[in-house]
Structure formats: C-alpha cells, structure tokens
Design a protein around this ligand. Structure first.
Ligand code: MG
Length: 221
C-alpha cells in the first residue's frame, strides 16, 4: 500500500524569506492600483488564498479580484524566487526526502502556495520538483483555510497511511481537523517549546537531528 508524507513548504522544506509578506500587497497593488499600507506582520501558517481574501477585504476591494491577484502573485514569485531572493533549503532536506523514499513512503506537498509558486520556490532553492508526487499534493492558493487542504488530502488518500510535516500550530490544527498525524519541525518562526503545546506526535528541532525520530515513526505507522 502506498504511504504518504505530506510536506509543508515554508518554514519546513524552505527557510522563510525575510520579505515574504510583502509580495501579496505587491500583487494587490499591481492588480487594483492601490498602495499597500506598509510593513506587515508575518502570517505564518495561513494559506495564500486566505491572505489574499483578507487583504482584499481590508482594502474594500472585490473578492472577484482573487484569481487575478493569485495569478500576479505567481508571476511575482517567479521573478523573486529565481533571482537574488531565492529561498534557502532548511537543513537536512535532501537527506530527509531520500530517507523517506527509501523507507517506502511517497513525498508529497501540502502547502498554502499555488502549484506554480511552490514549484518555483523549490527549484530556486535547488530542490528537484520531481522528488514529489504532484498528483497527490494539495495547494492553498484558492482555499480560505488550511483545513480545506487537509480535508481534500484526507479524501484523496483515504485508507492510506499519511502524515503531515509542518512548522506552525496551524498545520497541527488543520491536520487534527481530519485526524491526520502531525509531526512538527522547528525551522520556521515557532520554537520547539511552542510546537510542543500543539497536538504534534513529536517535535523535531530540524530535519537533521529529527530524522531518526521521523524514520522510527514511519517504520511503525
Ligand atoms: Mg509553514
């Protein structure tokens, strides 16, 4: 039977970018012609579709602009993540993906990004997109909540062992909503002590030191 590890992207496979939050405002500005309202707090754990919808509402703009803004966000991501602002891989990613595959599990994505945005970020960071099963991956550019992704994953992978690896309490909440086990990794903004207060089966400091625990979990799952 096929078994699936569903990887989050930002903060999990890739280290977070310093200006990631500004890209949504740039996309809205270019589509709607309004000026963004300055720096924003990071919104780690939210899916792109949710951030776009909230910012359109905040500016009093029509939700009908959602698709155009999401498309422009993709375009900006291609510019950003193939250039000087390309993301860095989190430590141990190549080794972890290889070990998961060798353990008989399939690597998939469960991310708030669109497929195009996820692909260009991964490629920009030097990770081959072919390492993932894109047919069994789940994306949040049109979703309004991360639980929509886990609901889709739960339905599509019904009956197969699956587990989510992510870096935020939101990943945990979305996994818990459908009963998918959640493994946390503290390479995003949330420190291990905060992730330990979630429902995570365990917390990995990073994918280097956490790999033995991850593999032990996969062997018994
Ligand atoms: Mg994340």
């Amino acid at each position: 039977m096929a078994k699936y590890v569903l990887w989050d992207v930002d903060g999990t496979l890739l280290l977070n970018g310093p200006r990631a939050g500004s890209l949504y405002d740039e996309a809205i500005e270019q589509i709607a012609g309004i000026s963004p309202s300055g720096p924003r707090p990071a919104e780690h754990g939210k899916v792109d579709g949710q951030i776009i919808a909230e910012r359109l509402a905040e500016h009093g703009l029509s939700p009908d602009l959602h698709h155009a803004v999401a498309d422009r966000l993709d375009d900006l991501s291609v510019e950003r993540h193939t250039g000087a602002d390309r993301r860095q891989l989190a430590p141990g990613v190549h080794e972890a993906l290889d070990a998961v595959l060798a353990a008989g599990w399939t690597n998939c994505l469960l991310t708030g990004n669109s497929p195009r945005r996820a692909r260009v970020k991964l490629e920009g960071a030097g990770l081959d997109p072919a390492l993932f099963d894109w047919e069994r991956s789940f994306f949040g550019d049109q979703a309004r909540a991360r639980s929509e992704l886990t609901t889709a994953a739960s339905a599509a992978l019904h009956g197969s062992p699956r587990v989510i690896v992510g870096d935020t309490p939101s990943d945990d909440a979305a996994a818990a909503a459908v009963g998918i086990p959640f493994l946390a990794v503290a390479t995003g903004v949330f420190p291990a002590r905060e992730l330990e207060r979630t429902g995570a089966v365990f917390v990995m400091p990073d994918l280097v030191t956490g790999l033995p625990d991850l593999l032990a979990y996969l062997r018994q799952a």
